[in-house]
Design a protein around this ligand. Structure first.
Ligand SMILES: [Zn+2]
Length: 239
């Protein structure tokens, strides 16, 4: 995942500008092929020529980077929240168990190892690995895992549909000048925030605990992640 979650306001504005493009408002029903086949969601039509970078792995397998959906922030939030509901994922529940249930696995890796630049590698449907740094906190790791899950559920399906033999690789560092890659990173962050802190549960908790630390404890996320979620829901936070 991108380590640059504290991106500049200008970058945020750039993402917002993309969302507001009128052609992005054409609704289309997409049917995610996993994990709930019957689960229909409304996303917005992919209307740009989305570019996914192709890379050849050491074994010469064709790898692609996450391809943004260009769905709006609200659509990604709704998708993540409905998915959490379908998966019976309660706030603060184990993500390790969930990843296993979805056919994935977690691996601890050294973020500074020269030969490991992956944050996620998807070899196929229900066959993916998420790499977690051995230097980060559990709560930071939870956001990372949910972010990578966002890449898997939002960005891998179009790659699979196009060519089932192509694998997807998300990297720890992304080219910040590449708008498609940055857009995919934002979408994965939106997914993670809503998946871990669904709006209804967040607002309910907020009503009882104005202290952001207590809210972060409840959802087992970092205080900064809880603050960002509160701000995105228009809630005042006391420092
Ligand atoms: Zn990422």
């Amino acid at each position: 995942m991108s380590q640059r979650q504290k991106s500049s306001q200008s970058r945020v504005n750039k993402s917002r500008a993309l969302i507001l493009l009128p052609e992005l408002r054409k609704p289309v029903k997409l049917k995610p092929f996993f994990p709930c086949k019957c689960f229909l969601i409304v996303l917005f039509k992919q209307c740009h020529n989305t570019r996914s970078r192709s890379i050849l792995s050491k074994s010469e397998t064709l790898l692609k980077t996450p391809m943004p959906t260009r769905a709006s922030k609200n659509a990604v939030h709704n998708y993540a929240e409905k998915l959490a509901e379908k998966l019976d994922f309660e706030p603060g529940a184990s993500l390790q168990a969930l990843i296993k249930k979805l056919g994935g696995r977690l691996e601890i890796s050294d973020p500074f190892a020269e030969d490991i630049d992956e944050s996620m590698h998807v070899k196929g449907k229900r066959n993916f690995t998420i790499y977690i740094s051995n230097f980060t906190s559990d709560r930071r790791d939870r956001f990372t895992i949910a972010h990578e899950l966002g890449h898997y559920l939002l960005h891998y399906p179009p790659i699979l549909k196009d060519n089932p033999k192509v694998e997807m690789k998300a990297t720890r560092w992304v080219d910040e000048t590449d708008k498609d890659q940055m857009r995919a990173e934002w979408e994965a962050n939106w997914f993670a925030a809503a998946f871990l802190m669904p709006e209804k549960a967040f607002r309910a908790k907020y009503g009882h605990h104005v202290d952001i630390g207590e809210i972060a404890d409840h959802f087992k996320v970092s205080v900064s992640a809880a603050k960002i979620r509160a701000q995105s829901l228009g809630l005042d936070i006391a420092d």
